[in-house]
Design a protein around this ligand. Sequence first.
Ligand code: DLL
Length: 436
Amino acid sequence: MYWNKEAETLKRDELEKLQEKRLKSIVNYVYKNSRFYREKFKELNLKISDINSIDGITKLPFTQKSDLRDNYPYGMLSTDMGNIIRVHASSGTTGKPTVVAYTRNDIDMWSEVMARSIVAPGGTKNDVLHVAYGYGLFTGGLGLHYGGERVGCTVIPASGGNTQRQLLLMHDLKSTILACTPSYAIYIAEYAEKEDIDPKEDLNLKIGIFGAEPWSESIRRRIEDALDLKAFDIYGLSEIVGPGVAQECEEQNGAHIWSDHFFPEIIDPETGEQLGEGEEGELVFTTLTKEGMPLLRYRTGDRTVLEYDKCACGRYHPRIMRIRGRTDDMLIIRGVNVFPSQIEHVLMKIPEVGSHYLLIVDKKGPLDILTVRVEVTDKIISDKVKDLMKLEEKIKNSISNALGLNVDVELVEPGEIPRSEGKAVRIRDLRKEKRG
Ligand code: DLL
């Protein structure tokens, strides 16, 4: 289903033409209105007329998260504060948050791409959209909210937390779409089971719109079974707009980037060179239509592959074939590069393994060691020690076979790993903690 059929079904050449036109216009706009970019252009001796085709994009400088921090809070704006009607922020791991700012037209464009993102997996105005992403400075809650209202859904602004009340609301208000992080969806499912609520009987859910953190195909199947819905991936980041940069359609095979607004590139994170179609690297976006804080070639830090072939849904907008993780979340364990989501994929295929895990990285002498702490299911916990040891071996072997990595495994009881109502924390790096 389409929200904006014309924009969503543009052919590849039509899309490219539109992107080129918009790229030239945004380059012109930031040159005129952003002190930050004007200075960058001068440093590089770059003229607006140098960017005369979409391929010319590679002449443009990258923008990094550190640029947003260095110009905190409003130094990256391309308009007067009088035109800004909203600010969001994402909390960094260190120091000041990253602030992003929207004009009225930006909020309008965001609502449009969010409306497309709700309709693409099958949402309609008749749906009751339960938004359990956090409301506030985080873009998840308000992003889904504005998109839902644009479509005409009945929006329930539940925000995160108080899982018992979430379930009561979903039951009583007959929610049909659940929007939250995949890890919170798992937690809601567990809670329901504990409270003897059977999602098949007692809830009305049919669609899940899950994102804001990496998740694997095997966790998708678990969520679908546990909550009796079809689960779809939504991708986004505050710097670009928030949720709704990309969304999976009913085919469930990668999130379509709404590339008439956000132009994607994949680059080699080491050299910065643009990579070809089908190659894995860092995702970079240029916003083609934003007014408040347009960004040129923003380095997301997310690792993925893009697929440009036409999708069975009729869209040509390129698809993100699952975000492996952030470049900064990649673990290098004795030379093996591994993302938490790859380990998750292996773990979740083992039926005796519960849905929560934590990866603990430490050093023994000069060697990095990775301990996979994982919960077992209620069923196995009552079994004999011998069986638990067998399970430990099975997990070790599966990870070693799939990823070529030897890990330690620590089985824990259900409920022992801290739950999250927002983005889950999957890595604990004791090496960093020891360094202070
Ligand atoms: O997480 C926006 C969002 C809200 C997206 C609700 C989807 C749903 P930030 O807090 O700025 O914004 O975090 C952005 O989260 O660079 C990715 O590393 C990660 N991320 C977001 N969506 C996905 C996804 C929101 N579907 C950062 N899969 C991004 C994997 C994701 N990682």
